[in-house]
Design a protein. Structure first.
Length: 290
């Protein structure tokens, strides 16, 4: 399987997957307004202990999906890492993060960024570790691994916030992790995300997350508002506009706004001209037309 195929499949899994996931427990239709947790830098409850998930576990399963040559290359780097020390160890960890990032497989990369952050204490490594764990949580359907990814994400973002309390990317990441279960109540995470949007109304990641969570709680009108705001922004490398267009189409569909849903689905096809993805989108469109 080549890199392009992995990326395409990954996008499809992420965008389709939420359809089969139960709504977040405790995420009911909340009233608008900022909660007491909205500052993003406040103390939140620690997650309960979860099953031990290691980099070796996630790497072994991930390598099974790679081309043999690449899997062997990664295994060789992992073997060298077991005895490496000091600067050599850090170099190997950086190489492994790049290998996994290049094929868009988040979980192993997350653990290596976590180790880099623990040894070097850099904000950027804590932030990236948190982001990769959040992405790993989103991609996997393994219910035994999800709690571990989520707990690690929240812990990484809390460390990042200690270093840069006002950083909105770290606050957003923590908000997502808290809604997913890292906090005692998902509304703590919603409060953090709303706080980010209050500070930066056009914030891409916070609006995307709020839109997704609005969908999960059945608040499709609110979701439409979030996604319409995103697709109206000028896209760039940090704004993967395909995803909000897909969620916008789904929200329109749930509201019975068929023509708007069809138009948004068509835009998805334009943004990602892949036959597999296009066929699935055509199925959605045909369902609306019949």
């Amino acid at each position: 399987m080549n890199k392009k195929q992995i990326v395409v499949i990954g996008v499809i899994v992420v965008m389709m997957g939420y359809l089969y996931v139960q709504p977040v427990k405790g995420l009911i239709k909340p009233k608008e307004g900022r909660s007491s947790a909205s500052s993003g830098g406040g103390q939140v409850s620690e997650a309960a202990p979860v099953a031990n998930v290691t980099v070796d576990m996630v790497s072994a399963s991930a390598k099974a999906a790679l081309a043999p040559a690449l899997a062997t290359q990664i295994s060789n780097l992992e073997g060298q890492l077991k005895t490496a020390k000091g600067a050599a160890k850090i170099t190997l960890q950086r190489q492994l993060t790049k290998q996994w990032d290049d094929v868009n497989i988040q979980a192993p990369a997350a653990f290596y960024y976590q180790e880099l952050a623990r040894s070097g204490g850099k904000f950027e490594d804590w932030l990236t570790a948190g982001n990769r764990f959040n992405e790993a949580y989103k991609f996997t359907q393994d219910s035994t691994m999800q709690p571990a990814f989520n707990a690690n994400a929240a812990a990484a973002f809390r460390q990042a916030i200690k270093l840069k309390p006002e950083n909105l990317d770290a606050q957003t990441g923590l908000g997502v992790a808290d809604v997913n279960g890292a906090a005692a109540s998902p509304m703590e995470g919603i409060g953090i995300l709303r706080g980010v949007v209050e500070k930066d109304p056009g914030n891409w990641n916070a609006n995307l997350a709020l839109g997704q969570f609005a969908m999960k709680s059945g608040q499709y009108e609110k979701a439409v508002g979030r996604f319409e705001k995103l697709v109206a922004q000028k896209p760039d490398a940090k704004k993967p506009i395909l995803e909000p267009y897909f969620y916008l189409a789904e929200s329109y569909k749930q509201l019975g706004r068929k023509q708007e849903a069809i138009a948004a689905y068509q835009k998805c096809k334009e943004l990602m001209p892949d036959p597999t993805f296009g066929k699935r989108i055509d199925d959605f469109i045909n369902e609306l037309k019949n």
